[in-house]
Design a protein around this ligand. Structure first.
Ligand SMILES: [Zn+2]
Length: 265
């Protein structure tokens, strides 16, 4: 599943090349999931330069100097990447933005969750999740105080539920939510009403630490023997105490935890 660090990694790979470049042609491979007004695309995207490339949670926002934004919802398995125009697109290709130099920016998504929108400025009204998206976990806005305050609005939620609630913090999915709970040393199924502010402070600290590390050093994090994310299999041993990890369903998602290392309160 695509989570914030994965989106950051994708953006890093193409933003340096694509920022400032003019899009010469737009090829739509899948008109059904590409909600783009053809006229707006013709007049404000084609022939216009990309101004900035940003991320809001798991959305990628490509903003043009003509003051429109292409918004890509990464779904659970979408990808956005640079490719040569001579390479045939894959079967899940949705849209391709071509540059004069022979390369193109491709967006491909095998599942129905992946969406593309073209909006005026950065007007996300009506775009469901994006419109009500919570704070970015790596932004300065998500201070410890703010995080605690937001968590307290959902006393009956579990810690994992808070981390995955896109209207509270944007971009954390199933695997990183488990990792944050593991690194902080708390069970993911702890209820917010049963934890102290000091414990929430610790969750916030590890939320930052885990996501920052995964964003800056993705490969190292995904090879770290001390990380739970690399042990998500039935029968795996805890990276810390080597006792058997427990797996359970929480909020409909497969959850891994160590009953010894992760405290119940
Ligand atoms: Zn353990």
């Amino acid at each position: 599943m695509i989570e914030l660090p994965d989106v950051e990694r994708m953006i890093d790979a193409f933003a340096g090349y694509a920022t400032g470049k003019t899009v010469s042609e737009v090829l739509i491979d899948d008109p059904e999931t590409t909600e783009i007004d053809p006229e707006l695309c013709e007049t404000r995207v084609k022939g216009h330069a990309i101004d900035t490339i940003g991320r809001h949670g798991r959305f990628v926002v490509v903003r043009f100097r003509s003051d429109v934004s292409l918004v890509f919802h990464m779904g659970s398995d979408g990808k956005i990447f640079l490719e040569s125009q001579t390479t045939p697109p894959d079967e899940h290709s949705k849209i391709r933005l071509q540059f004069a130099a022979g390369r193109e920016l491709r967006y491909s998504s095998p599942d129905a969750e992946g969406e593309i929108h073209l909006v005026d400025g950065e007007d996300f009204t009506g775009l469901g999740t994006l419109e009500n998206l919570g704070l970015d976990p790596l932004s300065e806005e998500l201070t410890t105080g703010r995080f605690i305050e937001l968590a307290r609005t959902k006393p009956r939620s579990t810690l994992k539920g808070i981390l995955m609630n896109q209207e509270i913090v944007a971009g954390i999915g199933n695997e990183y939510a488990d990792e944050i709970c593991f690194q902080a040393g708390y069970r993911p199924d702890l209820k917010v009403k049963d934890v102290t502010d000091d414990q929430l402070l610790r969750v916030h600290k590890y939320l930052r630490r885990v996501l920052r590390r995964a964003t800056l050093h993705w490969q190292a994090a995904h090879a770290d023997p001390g990380w739970l994310i690399n042990r998500r299999e039935r029968g795996s041993a805890c990276p810390r105490c080597t006792s058997a990890l427990k797996s359970m369903k929480l909020g409909g998602r497969r959850t891994y935890l160590c009953p010894r290392c992760q405290r119940a309160a």
